[in-house]
Design a protein around this ligand. Structure first.
Ligand code: BGC
Ligand code: MG
Length: 552
């Protein structure tokens, strides 16, 4: 380690290495957050200008979706230079300014590293595809065709069709789990791992506090290229890929989830430890998501957190389902740490997905802030934004274009943030936004909501503040979860603090029997929260009660 690295790590070591546990992480999709130069695409300077707003939410960290050099076929999740900023988003100096400004507000910065694949425009791939014996020949997953010319096995791309793309130059197929312009890196090649660890090191040196790691269970593939077995129809579920996608018809035993993933994650963690950095690894698996989360976050030498898909499902989770998910976490990931999200840049916004009114949305927000785990809030979710309608002519997402109209892709959750009431594009850009601002969003702009005491934006602030005020909610144990109809109750406890949390996840009134002890209201004037009682409490539809035990 050079002298500068040593100073950086020492400064970081002075900080809380556990900062991520129970943190609330605000996800920024940079294209759609704030445009500063009128080109219709959000950028890093735009993020800096909106940091006071993000800090006002009371969150702990920001996660910025990819801003690296990219041909933007998958809007930045196809990287052609890991160690630079795409000119569309700004420069490395602009990124340094993001870090500095975020830190001045006490916000940690997590960047989104997409290590499983690169863009086909990455110089590594350009070199690799030239011949069978160049220095990077083995950096991607190349395979000869079967004798009949068809792909080597039955693996499928999440974005549609075979996971193999023919390359006329090498006269071989290459693997891609996503677009054919996102060739999969070969993690069996030590030089690839080294190059990727260098990328992590580069950004840690620049001062980032952690990573959101894209698709970490896809890093390594089965070297024997064995076929995935079919999955019985009754076992299929559409948590990772939409129902219409035959990707759901396979049991993904061999194209992902390989044990060697852990070896790479361990090396990455070693580097991160020097900087007190934390990672949330995205684990995409429709059948074994939580088990893999448990494996990848066990102990102290892998990921701190994994991103869970359970609450990204189509339907609003019921009290019973939440209880089942939490019981499963307890069973397979007792030692690990989940990171929950209701919305993100890949999924229909939950206000629409779950069809909830303001009462329901508020209650689910409060619930997320009380559950054991860290939590991601996706830009615009704090405004209660519904999914935007995007016409086929305006569609940008190749995933949506492929499966239209049964699945409309991800543009509906990626339309620009709405900041102001007056401006035509709601303060997002002085130019024409890359995706149209959804007209139905205009009346929910930040400016409207700041002036309205009842607005959901204020509810997010209060719910986040509630979590931050209680160590038991941030980092404590979660115990005694019970379900009675739509009513879910549980206890969060840590040394010196016990909280009882009760949620009515339905419109009908419900009842709660309080545990022994003397309880006082912990929720202040949080909308939807009622005063505790010391015996039976009636909860109206979509009401909750968060109570702290007197005397701990
Ligand atoms: C990201 C997606 C992206 C895919 C491929 C993910 O899961 O969240 O937006 O398309 O990985 O990189
Ligand atoms: Mg711009």
């Amino acid at each position: 380690m050079n002298a500068k690295a040593q100073t950086t790590s020492l400064t970081h070591l002075a900080k809380d290495p556990d900062w991520w546990r129970g943190a609330v992480i605000y996800q920024i999709y940079p294209r759609s957050f704030q445009d500063s130069d009128g080109d219709g695409v959000g950028d890093l300077n735009g993020i800096v200008s909106r940091l006071p707003y993000i800090a006002s939410l009371g969150v702990d960290a920001i996660w910025i979706s990819p801003f690296f050099t990219s041909p933007m076929k998958d809007f930045g999740y196809d990287v052609s230079n890991y160690c630079d900023v795409d000119p569309m988003f700004g420069t490395l100096a602009d990124f340094d300014a993001v870090i500095e400004a975020a830190h001045s507000f006490g916000l940690k910065v997590m960047i989104d590293l997409v290590l499983s694949h690169t863009s086909d425009q990455h110089p590594w791939f350009a070199e690799s595809r030239i011949s069978h014996d160049n220095a990077k020949a083995n950096w991607y997953v190349w395979s000869d065709p079967k004798p009949d010319g068809t792909p080597p096995n039955n693996w499928l791309s999440i974005f549609g069709g075979s996971a193999w793309q023919w390359d006329g130059q090498r006269m071989q197929y290459f693997l891609h789990n996503f677009l054919s312009s996102q060739p999969d890196l070969n993690f069996h090649e030590p030089a690839v791992q080294k190059a990727l660890l260098d990328v992590a090191h580069f950004w840690l040196e620049r001062g980032v506090d952690g990573f959101r790691l894209d698709t970490i269970n896809f890093y390594v593939h089965d070297q024997q290229l064995r076929n995935n077995p079919p999955l019985a129809p009754e076992l299929r579920n559409a948590t990772i890929a939409p129902q219409v996608n035959p990707y759901n018809h396979q049991n993904h035993l061999y194209d992902k989830n390989q044990p060697e993933n852990l070896e790479f994650l361990r090396k990455l963690r070693t580097i991160m430890n020097d900087y007190c950095a934390a990672a949330v690894g995205e684990v995409g698996d429709a059948q074994r998501g939580l088990e893999i989360l448990g494996e990848y976050t066990a102990g102290n030498d892998l990921m701190q957190m994994c991103y869970a898909f359970e609450f990204l499902a189509n339907d609003q989770p019921t009290a019973t389902e939440i209880d089942e998910v939490m019981a499963r976490v307890e069973e397979v990931a007792a030692d690990g740490w989940p990171c929950w999200a209701f919305s993100n840049h890949d999924t229909m916004r939950h206000a629409s997905r779950w069809g909830l009114d303001q009462h329901g949305l508020r209650l689910m927000t409060t619930l997320m802030m009380c559950l054991r785990g860290s939590a991601c809030v996706y830009q615009g979710e704090e405004l209660g934004l519904p999914e935007a309608d995007v016409a086929f002519e305006d569609l940008q997402d190749p995933y949506g274009i492929e499966f239209w109209p049964e699945f409309k892709g991800r543009d509906g959750c990626r339309t620009p943030m709405v900041w102001e009431r007056t401006n035509q594009s709601a303060g997002f850009s002085a130019g024409k936004p890359w995706l149209p601002v959804h007209s139905g969003h205009l009346k929910q702009s930040v400016a409207h909501q700041e002036d309205d005491a009842d607005a959901i934006l204020h509810h997010y602030r209060k719910a986040i503040a509630l979590r931050r005020a209680h160590p038991a909610l941030m980092k404590g144990r979660q115990e005694d979860m019970r379900v009675d109809g739509d009513v879910l109750t549980f206890v969060r406890a840590t040394e010196g603090e016990i909280l009882f949390c009760a949620f009515n996840l339905g419109a009908e009134p419900g009842q709660v029997v309080f545990p022994d002890g003397h309880w006082t209201n912990a929720a202040g004037d949080l909308r939807g929260a009622v005063e505790p009682s010391n015996k039976t409490l009636n909860l109206g539809g979509w009401q909750c009660c968060i109570a702290v035990k007197k005397g701990g």
